[in-house]
Design a protein around this ligand. Sequence first.
Ligand SMILES: [Zn+2]
Length: 252
Amino acid sequence: MEKCRIIHDLEPKIVETCTIEVNGLDVQIVRKDIKNLHLGVYPPDGRVRVAVPLAMSNDAVRLAVIHSLGWIKQEQASFEAQPRQLEREMMTSESHYFLGKRYRLRVVTDNGPAKIVRQNAFLELHAPATASMKQRQRILQQWYRQELKQLIPPLLLKWQGLLGIADVHWGIRRMKTKWGSCNPTARHILFNLELAKKPMHCLEYILVHELVHLFYRKHDKNFYAMLTRLMPKWQLYRDQLNDFILSHERWK
Ligand SMILES: [Zn+2]
């Protein structure tokens, strides 16, 4: 987390952003005071982002993207094939994250109810000595789920109030390619369980992003205008969410 923040602070200031469509791909253009075009494909879903010098036109960007379509498709395919994270063994002293903070796992074998106790820099996992790695993983996931269930309602209430909307339903799910999703017809939002590991403002960003879909279904100009008005720093949070998995980039 710290590393990401430093990188963002050193980056040239973003002057303008917009999204164009190129051969069915949504391409985000970010104009900054830089010399060269920089094309990136980002996990988890292969989002395409192009950082370009201030004077470069959308048509010039479009040409550059078309020129790299083969590479972009290849990168997107590799994200789909990639395991999301290293498999954890759920052993004492392993690192695990909660709300963007790193904790050390401490496995405590006892015959009481299986549970997680968060204490200072430790997550204590209580489980019988016979519990398998998978069972220990499940105990931690259950705990993440419980914590998210506590964290989401106050955030949702706050933003429902600000937006003047009601009747929003939600759930938590483990998802491979998305941080969140929204079904505007059913007014139902899904949160990825993994969000429990990320800083609180990332969870809030996903919540706001999905709520904006109740107004605009697609990622169009109106969608981004509303999102930016509600949460001016959303791109920073989005990048923080995605930076923790390997990102595929290349310089041109
Ligand atoms: Zn969306």
